[in-house]
Structure formats: C-alpha cells, structure tokens
Design a protein around this ligand. Structure first.
Ligand code: NOJ
Length: 774
C-alpha cells in the first residue's frame, strides 16, 4: 500500500466516526427509524453518502464479474475497462472472484487508488457448500431437518468467508412444481410453507446472529419472483399467474426471508403477466421495500437489466436502466446499463437523486454491517483459508446432512438394511463409481471428482469377507464436465446407445448376493438452463436395469438425480428403491450408512414424483376444480391414460421401522379468529428399530372468498420415536395457519369451516374438522 493511501483511510474513518457521533447526539431524541435499522450505521451511511460524487454513487450500483487474475487484471479490453472503473471507485461489487489472494488483490486496487476507498463486496454462488459440498438444496430439503440445513449453510458461510467472500447468492426459495425445470434442484421443492421455513433456516445459517463476524456472510433471497413457474418448465420462460396466486403461493417464502433479515434479494429473469421482474415496481418497490419495510438491496440477476430489451419492455439499455432503477433494482449485475446511463437519466430527470441515493445507502449499509469499512481485508486471512476449509469436521457434517437427505421410496421385500456380513455385493451402474456427479450442479469450489462414490462407500463399510463385483454397465449420456469447462457452452445431449457394457453387468449381477444399481442423472442435467422434456432414464440405463433385474431380484435401485424423475417401470417392478439425489462430498459414506442400517432413513419427498412427464406440473396442493377427480369419475380433472395422482406423493418417505397415527384430537371445534386450537395426535413406532418421523399437518379452508387448495402443509415436526414407543405430538392451529391473501388483497382469516389432517405424507388419512366463527 502506498504511504499516502495508508494515511487517507484512517482520516476517512475518523471523519465517518465524528460525523456519526455528532448526528447521533443531535438526533438521539427524535429517532424512530424503521425497525431493524441501527441508528449508528445509518449515520455512518449518511456521512459517506454526503462525501460521494455522482460517479461514485453510480459506481456503488455496479457489479462486475471477474475471472480475476490474482497478479493483476489481464489486458483484454473488458478487464482494462474494469480496472479503470475499480481505480476510480466506480464499482461496488465483484462476483466470481474467489480466494484470499484474488480478493485481496482486487480490493487493493480500490483501496489504493480510489478517492473514497469504499470497499468492494465480493459475491459468489455458494449454493450448497463452498469446498465441502453438501447435498443439493432439493435433496437436503428432503431431510425436513431445519437444524442440519442451518448448520450446512453456516459451514458454507464459514468456508466462503475464509476464502475472501462476503456474500452468497442463496438461498433460492422459488416454489417449483415442474420436474422439467432444471433449477428445481436448487430450491426446497413444490411447497410454499416448506420453502419458507427452509429458506429462513438457510438465511440464518449463512448470516448467523451477527453479519460483522468474520465467519458469516450475507445471504440473498432469490429469484424475486415467480421464476419457478416458468411455462412448460423451460428456463427463463414466461410466467402467467394471477395476483392472488402470486401472493399465496410464491411470495410467502420471500416475506419470511425478509422478516428473518436476509441482507439482499435477487430479482428474476422471468416476466409475470407482461412485466419482467427486473422492471417490476410493484414487486420490488411497493411490496418488498414498501409493504414489507425491508432495508436490504436488490441485485439484478445476471444481465437481466439488459434483457429488458429482449423481453420487449425497453427499447435500449438506457431505457432499461431507467425502468430498472425506478422499479427498485439497486445493483446492476453485468448489464453495464447503470454505469452507462444513470448520469444522463438523472440530468434528464427520468430517475431521481432520492432513488439513486436510496439504492446507494442500501449497499453501503450492508458494507458497514459486514464490517468492511472497519477492515476491508477482514475476509482475507490466509491462515483461515488454509485451516477452515474442507476440514474433517465439515466433512462429518456433510455426511450427517447427506444421510438425513436420503428417502427410502420402496422396501417391499425388506431387503434393506443389508447385513455387513453379506458374502458378495454387485455394485453396478454408470453412477456407481462416479466421484463427480454426487457434487451436483452449482458446486462452487467443490473439486472435480472429489466426492466419495457409492462403490467407495460400500467398500469402506463392509469387511474383507464381502466380495464386491463392480461393473459400470454403460455410460450416462452427458459428457463429464471438467474444471474450467463452461457448462453453458457444453453440447447438450449425446444419447448413447452403446449396450456393450451390459453383458458384463449382468454377469456381475448374477454373482452378487445383492445388487446395488446406481442410475439416474448426470449432475449437469439439472441446474440453470437445464430443462428437459424427458425426465426418465437417459441412454441405456433402462435396458441395464431390466437386464440386471432379470437375473437377480435382490436389486436396490440407488437413484441419483436433481429432479423428480419418471421411474414408473422401476416402481412397478423393482421392490427396493432409495432416492439419493446428489449428496455432496460424503455421498458414498452416507449411502452406506443407510444401506447397512447404521442410519435409519428419515427423509421425505419435497416434491411429488409423477407417473410420467405428461402430468407435470404436478403438486399436491392443487385446487379442487368444479369437477374434481374421484374414483367414480376418473376422467374429471384427470387423464384417460394415466393416474391423476403422484407415483410418490409430496411428503412421502419410508423408514426401516413403521409408524402408526391415531387419536387425532382438537381441544375445541370452534374458535374465533384470534383463538387457537390445540391439536394432538399419537404416533407410535410399531416396528423394531428406533426411527425419526416427520409428522405433517395439512389444512383446508373449505369455502373462501377465493378458492383454496385441497390441502396445504402448515406445520411439521421431525421427531425420534423409539421402537415400541408412542409419542403425543402437539400443534397449535392458529391464525398464521388459517389466513390467506383474500379477495380484499389482505392476509386474513375468513370465517367458516376447515379440515385438518395429520400424517406421514400429504395423503395423511387422519382428519378432523373445526370452524372459525365471530
Ligand atoms: C444467474 C442465476 O440465475 C443466478 O441465480 C446466479 O446467482 C447468477 N447467475 C450469478 O451467478
């Protein structure tokens, strides 16, 4: 650092402090700032804002992506432009720069050259782990275990923060009901309530109780809003939903995240009913910053301000910048629209200084809260980077999260759990010894081929007396992506027809006392831009499955996938199926934990599995319609060639033990809007093993000012019940569970009759009724 710069920084800090202190004394009496605003931070923000020139203000709203060269930016035009902007203090944030060395080098450019030395904030997609990789979010959501979800987010934050990152673009809390949509892997599935509680757990995990700690990072609730409702499951596609559906089905997880103090939001690529989200004032200004009183900042999605042009919503970038800023998009990720046009737009009075200042303040606020003004290099600690990333302790947590995410879909012949004294096991399939696919998409710094494969997990679980026969049997259709490959440029589909590996697999299957058949999807069949119309097995996997099953009925299908798949043949024919998603770094060990009974599976599906792709979008909390399906009217609101219901419903998952539900009781059957009902139910473990059950509560409002879904998840409790034990589980049924966004455009409880169900999945049979009266 130059001597001069070293001197200037403390002077700026002292000025900020004195200004803040003076204002604090003056304003002390009359302060009534919106909740959760810290008056001292606000004063510091104001004091910096007062010093800023227009170009510096606009600069705070600019975010660039850097494949930054640690020893300095490369000389390409783009990078040169970025370098100059950084030096002038005209960039607020960078994404995709990782490692202490690279972030420090980049931060130094700003701190040593710019006039005001406002530190950069470094963002990155830390979606399910940084280097220690946890199950993909959809898989981890199957744990319904908020503690472990919070824990893995906190470890991801700790590793990212130790590597120079202060901000993750997660959690994705888009309700997604369509298995064709590739990004379904990135959220908590089809249910609004589940997305809300899991989203909050992830926010709390990333942000901890104090953003200024050096092991926590800012979270980002995304994508605001409706992204998961893309028509036909095609990524980025148009969304057509009504205002009430938006409020009732899509917005609640975002509201919950805002209330939990999520630092940032990201808007979405899609339009809703003709208005692209990036230009949607109603969403960003009126609802988020207005009604919800949220004080963080909104970052655009990548290039989404510029994409207003392709949407046909802006004629050029200048107009796009105007629309986006007016709509409340605070930071421009990679559109280069704000830096180019905000100054002119201000002169032309097409945007206001007040709005610009508001956006700048929101960004500065977070930088203060993160402690970056105190020490811009506080996340640049080589020792922490060396010692806090990919540790044994983190891997142990990854294993714990992974085993809790596994869902036992079928165990008809009680083949599972295996004894560890089996004489032989055939481990077969394109994914059986794949050390990369289990890392899933969005694997941040997860190293290529660094996961524990199923084969490795099985080998380390059994003794020397068990003979293992491994055969790959065939390839998956996707070429494997190697480090440095740009997955967006990758050739999409190679449908392999090569069956030459099948005979050897059949021979191995014949030799095995049992067979583990690892099939499913490649990691990159789901994720951004990875939508598919075929959600069955690609390539020769179906042939492999049938050939193997023909010679050995003791087959366990070990599924690895990022979406609900069409597994109907397998479900109809093979007695044992284990859903293993993409489980992350410790995949093989976690699978072995469940296969050999060291852990009794407790996962439940966060998405419905269809009989075939034609049922998509498929979700349990549908509307009844005027002609509801019934066994006597199978053609009503259904299909003539397929069932209407799911193959495996939302909330479903088996255990090595069995649970019985009885004595559902309500302490009253009539309440007023402000009263609550105490609901109790007895759950017995009727098997011979201890096990955890996810007790789920569903409610239906029978008649409303708007039609209501046939049932909706409103609460759950995951609880351990010992073999032979009966536990009484209690829920408080209250206004929070009964209200919805009504015809009055308000969240209200309406008078009338309600049904409530409790059980182990969304088909919960135990039912009671109650009324809400004046
Ligand atoms: C585009 C994705 O939609 C978004 O989720 C992600 O955070 C950004 N790219 C940044 O990588």
């Amino acid at each position: 650092m130059k001597k001069q710069t070293l001197l200037l920084f403390p002077i700026l800090l002292i000025a900020i402090f004195l200004y803040g202190f003076k204002k604090f004394v003056i304003d002390e009496q009359k302060t009534h700032l919106a909740t959760n605003l810290d008056i001292r931070v606000e004063q510091k923000v104001d004091s910096v804002l007062a010093l800023m020139h227009l170009n510096e203000k606009i600069g705070q709203l600019v975010q660039y992506s850097g494949k930054w060269n640690a020893t300095g930016p490369s000389s390409s035009n783009g990078d040169q432009h970025k370098l100059n902007k950084l030096k002038n203090g005209e960039v607020g944030s960078m994404l995709n720069i990782t490692s202490v060395e690279s972030t420090r080098e980049t931060q130094k450019i700003v701190m040593e050259n710019s006039r005001l030395k406002i530190p950069l904030i470094f963002g990155y997609d830390v979606i399910h782990g940084y280097k220690t990789i946890f199950p993909i979010p959809l898989g981890e959501s199957a744990s319904w275990d908020l503690d472990i979800i919070k824990k893995t987010a906190s470890i991801a934050a700790k590793e990212a923060a130790a590597s120079g990152i202060q901000w993750t673009f997660a959690p994705m809390i888009d309700v997604s009901r369509d298995a064709r949509w590739g990004r379904i892997m990135e959220g908590a599935g089809e249910d609004t309530y589940l997305n809300a509680v899991i989203g909050v757990a992830r926010v709390q995990g990333f942000q901890g109780d104090d953003l200024s700690k050096s092991n926590t990072i800012a979270a980002c609730a995304k994508h605001f809003a409706g992204y998961g409702f893309a028509e036909a499951g095609r990524d980025y596609n148009t969304v057509n939903i009504g205002e009430y559906e938006l409020h009732n089905a899509i917005l609640p997880p975002f509201k919950a995240a805002a209330e939990a103090g999520v630092a940032t939001f990201m808007n979405s690529f899609n339009e809703i009913d003709g208005i692209p989200s990036t230009g949607n004032k109603m969403l960003q200004r009126d609802i988020l910053k207005g009604d919800w009183g949220w004080n963080g900042f909104v970052v655009s999605d990548w290039g989404s301000i510029g994409e207003l042009i392709a949407h046909g919503y802006a004629k050029d970038k200048k107009q796009a910048a105007e629309i986006a800023l007016n709509a409340g998009s605070d930071m421009d990720m990679e559109s280069y629209a704000y830096e180019a046009h905000l100054e002119t737009l201000l002169k032309e009075k097409k945007i206001s200084l007040a709005q610009l200042d508001d956006a700048v303040k929101r960004i500065l606020r977070l930088k203060f809260n993160l402690g970056l003004f105190d020490d811009p290099y506080k996340y640049c600690d080589e020792a922490r980077e060396k010692n806090n990333v990919y540790t044994k302790e983190h891997l142990a947590i990854a294993r714990d999260a992974a085993k809790k995410s596994i869902v036992l879909l079928k165990n008809e012949t009680k083949l599972l759990p295996f004894s560890k004294n089996l004489k032989s096991i055939a481990v077969i399939g394109p994914l059986a010894d794949d050390k990369d696919a289990p890392l899933g998409n969005w694997r941040a710094k997860g190293e290529y081929n660094s996961s524990m494969s199923l084969l490795e997990g099985v080998k380390s679980a059994v003794g020397n007396n068990t003979k293992i026969y491994y055969e790959k049997g065939g390839d998956l259709t996707m070429p494997t992506i190697k480090p440095g490959d740009n997955q967006f440029l990758y050739p999409l589909r190679f449908n392999t027809t090569d069956v030459s590996g099948i005979p050897a697999a059949v021979e191995a299957a014949k030799k095995g006392e049992v067979v583990l058949l690892a099939i499913g999807e490649d990691a990159f069949q789901t994720g951004e831009g990875r939508s598919q119309t075929n959600i069955g097995f690609f390539g020769v996997q179906q042939q492999l499955l049938e050939a193997v099953y023909k010679v050995n009925k003791n087959v366990v299908i070990v599924l690895m996938n990022g979406r609900p798949m069409d597994i109907s043949w397998a479900a109809n024919n093979v007695p044992t199926i284990l859903e293993c998603w993409f489980l992350g770094s410790e995949s093989g060990n976690a699978m072995a934990d469940v296969l050999f009974g060291d852990y009794n599976p407790s996962g439940k599906l966060p998405v419905s599995f269809p009989h075939n792709v034609g049922q998509e979008p498929l979700y349990y909390n549908q509307k009844n319609t005027g002609r509801p399906y019934s066994p006597s009217h199978v053609t009503y609101s259904g299909y003539t060639d397929a069932p209407k219901t799911a193959l495996y419903p939302f909330g479903f998952g088996l255990s090595y033990t069995t649970f019985e539900y009885k004595n559902l009781k309500l302490d009253k059957n009539t309440i007023s809007k402000t009263e609550e009902i105490k609901l109790s139910v007895e759950v017995s473990n009727t098997g011979t093993r201890d096990g955890e059950e996810v007790v789920q509560l569903y409610i239906r409002d029978l008649v409303g000012s708007l039609t209501r879904p046939v049932k909706e998840l409103k609460g759950f409790q995951k609880t351990m019940i010992k073999a032979g034990e009966t536990k009484t589980i209690y829920f408080a049924v209250n206004a929070d569970m009964l209200q919805f966004y009504t015809i009055n455009k308000k969240w209200e409880v309406e008078l009338g009759d309600f049904n409530v169900w409790v059980g182990g999945d969304s088909n919960a049979p135990l039912k009671a009724s109650f009324s809400v009266t004046e």
